[in-house]
Ligand binder design. Structure first.
Ligand SMILES: [Zn+2]
Length: 446
């Protein structure tokens, strides 16, 4: 599963808490043309994985490297700015008692508690969206354009923002109504049942996401080019994947980034390539990427991710129970929040969640990076396209720093770094040279 889906799941989970907006992240512009395997990566008696990796690294022009380093490192700071900016907004809502006033307004409009909660959610979402817009606009529009990753003009971009807001309104609204009902009925065990309920909501979101939510933003169609699909479906059959179709998504509507993913589960499980990958990737590269995605499927990464999410979820609710009790005792009166069943407590929930997930950044990234590494190794074995894999890593370098320090990779990377991915591919190639020596002068074997 790639970061888009993971991000999406976390988004739907935390749409309920309204931090940030639902805009899918955009993409790139061609900087490196990769059509040839560099000399040092050709099979030979003195093939050296380190030298082959460096030869691939040297294909990235200095200007392209400087740009993607700057883009990616800027992303580190954005984690901090998002945290601080989001925290400032919710503290404003609490300290100026706007949150309490929004609740009072909802109570004047209706006497049904669940509807009061939903009305509060609408007010909260609209206000935080407006207050959060400057950073959202900079991060997802201005900055993406500045680095040549975005393809949308302002109008369509705002259109997507509007759609994302509606999705948050509905899905977040359901989550908030359900969770507050649980808190009010189960005064002592709410945190356990809340964790279970939010997990159930996340499972539904993951299941319906690719089929019902993605089409709101992009067109997903069946891929009908046998030249592309035949090797992919063959690889799927060889690895026990019951896929009959491969899908494509018109990601170029928002971005120049290349990507692919495996999403959903059971009946909604599907393999999707984005159109940037189809247009710009070589056949070897597409197979390498598909091998990686199939690794996620074969190694059950989505079910495993759900188990991981359940653990994080239970810890989060336990922390929330403690954190809400502690803060409300001190400042509840001042913020005019009655108790934990009062919808006006929502900004405080968002604040506490923001602190926890900010601290957990390296943990979440490391969990993801470990799975991505597994999928990389599976993909190399399944697709047997180490050069295609190296090409993909270089294409992805358009928005990812290729060679981070160790600590940097551990804290910030949700995938192995480009350097490490190419290196894995070249080590694999070095141990399988016979696959590439049979047809001298020909492209790599399939
Ligand atoms: Zn992946």
């Amino acid at each position: 599963m790639d970061w888009r889906l993971r991000g999406f799941v976390l988004l739907v989970l935390f749409a309920a808490f309204g931090l940030g907006s639902a805009q899918a992240q955009p993409a790139i512009q061609p900087t490196v043309d990769i059509t040839q395997v560099p000399a040092a990566a050709h099979p030979s008696a003195h093939f050296d994985a380190d030298a082959a990796t460096e030869a691939y690294m040297a294909m990235i022009p200095a200007a392209a490297k400087a740009r993607s380093d700057a883009y990616f490192e800027g992303g580190y700071w954005l984690i901090l700015w998002n945290f601080l900016y989001g925290s400032a907004i919710v503290l404003l809502l609490l300290n100026l008692r706007w949150s309490a006033r929004m609740r009072d307004l909802a109570e004047r409009i209706t006497r049904f508690r669940w509807l009061q909660t939903f009305l509060y959610w609408i007010e909260y979402l609209l206000l935080t969206t407006v207050l959060g817009f400057p950073l959202e606009f900079y991060e997802n529009y201005v900055r993406e354009h500045k680095y040549g990753l975005a393809t949308q003009s302002f109008g369509p971009w705002m259109g997507d923002e509007g759609k994302a807001l509606l999705v948050s309104l509905v899905l977040g609204g359901i989550a908030v109504v359900v969770l507050f009902a649980i808190v009010r009925r189960l005064r002592r065990s709410w945190w356990i049942w809340g964790a279970i309920a939010s997990m159930a909501l996340a499972v539904v979101a993951i299941a319906i996401g690719p089929v019902y939510l993605q089409p709101i933003f992009n067109k997903v169609t069946r891929l009908n080019d046998p030249k592309i699909t035949a090797p992919i479906l063959s690889m799927a059959r060889a690895n026990g994947i019951p896929a009959k179709d491969v899908y494509q998504i018109d990601a170029s509507r928002q971005t120049t980034r290349m990507s692919a993913n495996v999403s959903g589960f059971a009946n909604t499980m599907r393999i999707t390539l984005n159109d940037n990958l189809l247009r710009r990737g070589s056949p070897e590269e597409i197979q390498a990427v598909m091998g990686h995605e199939m690794g996620h499927y074969v190694m059950n990464h989505i079910p495993k991710f759900l188990i991981f999410l359940l653990i994080v979820d239970v810890c989060f609710f336990a922390y929330l129970k403690w954190g809400l009790g502690w803060t409300l005792k001190r400042w509840g009166g001042r913020w005019q929040i009655r108790d934990i069943g009062d919808p006006a407590v929502l900004p405080l929930v968002v604040l506490l969640a923001g602190i926890l997930f900010f601290m957990l950044t390296p943990v979440l990234n490391t969990y993801s990076r470990a799975e991505e590494k597994e999928a990389d190794m599976f993909g190399l074995n399944a697709a047997r396209q180490p050069d295609g894999f190296a090409q993909a890593a270089i294409h992805l370098s358009e928005y990812r720093k290729m060679r981070p320090g160790c600590l940097e990779e551990w804290v910030f990377y949700d995938h192995p770094s480009g350097y490490n991915r190419i290196h894995s591919a070249m080590v694999w190639k070095g141990e399988n040279l016979e696959l590439f020596e049979k047809t001298p002068g020909q492209p790599a074997a399939h």
